[in-house]
Design a protein around this ligand. Structure first.
Ligand SMILES: Cc1cc2nc3c(=O)[nH]c(=O)nc-3n(C[C@H](O)[C@H](O)[C@H](O)COP(=O)(O)OP(=O)(O)OC[C@H]3O[C@@H](n4cnc5c(N)ncnc54)[C@H](O)[C@@H]3O)c2cc1C
Length: 282
């Protein structure tokens, strides 16, 4: 399996990368290559030019900026998983990224790459939506910031356009919140058939705030706003939480495939939501 020939560039600055993106109508960005390389090898894409972002140091790293956590697009899944700053301020991301594939993929694959690839079964989309992350995208006319609610547009389609680069993801701090990512797949280290991302703030023995989103229940991640409302003031108790999340799949149109049909996925969503919220609430 050999990709079609392409010109390879590895710029060391964002400016240079943007220039290269404008140099041909048929350019592809390479991040960790975990999704793109198989696509090239299968010749599902045959770009003339590949621009590797791997040498642009400014795109890598995790930092705190006031009330936000800022994660560079080229930060590897493994770096996010090992970060104590992420675990402290965005525990949901920390837990979800540990569920991505296997150690090899987590070492090569990048946080930004997964969020641009936007596979509906990807594990980082729902947590980013639940945490109200925003996405900094740079193009020829400068940077713009897109909230998660507008960023995921369709299956494998985001607000990142031709000639643009996702540079960083800003995540509002959820310090002190409990979190859990409950993922269901048939075999270990595989894509989610369905998953539920939940992060909650508990006061005393009741849920004071809740953010919940669904993976692979549609072409984009789904924010479970009605369930979030239903959870407010609910006691941290298995039966009351089960009642509050029971309707989480209402109105969703999940895909049907060899892993399960829509009804099966809707059933899974409520089971996983109960487990996820209960675990998040401790
Ligand atoms: C065997 C295997 C199992 C996997 N299992 C899972 C799993 O369980 N859960 C999960 O969530 N993921 C899984 N993945 C996918 C993994 O998370 C990839 O890392 C991710 O989808 C792509 O990230 P990447 O850095 O490798 O991007 P690449 O493959 O390099 O790029 C992916 C796409 O995004 C574009 N792109 C990348 N970065 C940018 C950027 N900064 N700006 C603009 N465009 C950009 C590229 O042009 C390309 O179109 C799996 C992958 C493999 C190979």
């Amino acid at each position: 399996m050999i990709p079609a020939a392409f010109d390879y560039h590895a710029p060391t600055s964002l400016e240079e990368a943007l220039q290269l993106l404008g140099s041909s109508p048929d350019v592809k960005i390479l991040a960790g290559g975990q999704s793109l390389i198989p696509i090239l090898k299968l010749r599902l894409a045959a770009p003339e030019v590949v621009v590797d972002l791997g040498r642009i140091d400014s795109l890598r790293g995790i930092r705190e900026e006031d009330d936000d956590l800022v994660i560079g697009a080229m930060t590897s899944h493994d770096e996010v998983a090992r970060s104590s700053v992420v675990a402290t301020h965005a525990l949901l991301l920390s837990k979800a990224v540990q569920m991505v594939a296997d150690p090899q993929v987590r070492h090569r694959g990048t946080f930004g790459g997964a969020l641009v690839h936007a596979d509906p079964a990807g594990d980082l989309l729902a947590p980013a939506l639940a945490l109200d992350a925003s996405f900094v995208i740079v193009g020829p006319s400068g940077p713009r910031t897109v909230p998660a609610a507008d960023y995921f547009q369709d299956m494998f389609t985001t607000a990142v356009g031709e000639g643009e680069i996702l540079t960083e993801v800003r995540v509002p701090k959820h310090t002190g919140w409990g979190a859990h990512y409950e993922k269901f797949s048939r075999i270990a280290q595989q894509w989610a058939i369905v998953a539920v991302a939940a992060t909650v703030r508990v006061e005393g023995s009741t849920i004071a705030q809740a953010c919940v989103a669904l993976t692979n229940m549609g072409s984009v991640p789904i924010r479970a706003s009605a369930t979030e409302q239903a959870l407010l003031g609910v006691a941290v108790d298995a039966s009351t939480i089960a009642a509050a999340v029971a309707g989480i799949a209402e109105g969703t149109r999940p895909p049907s495939d060899l892993n399960g049909d829509g009804d099966y996925r809707r059933h899974l969503a409520s089971v996983l939501a109960r487990r996820s919220v209960l675990a998040a609430a401790g």
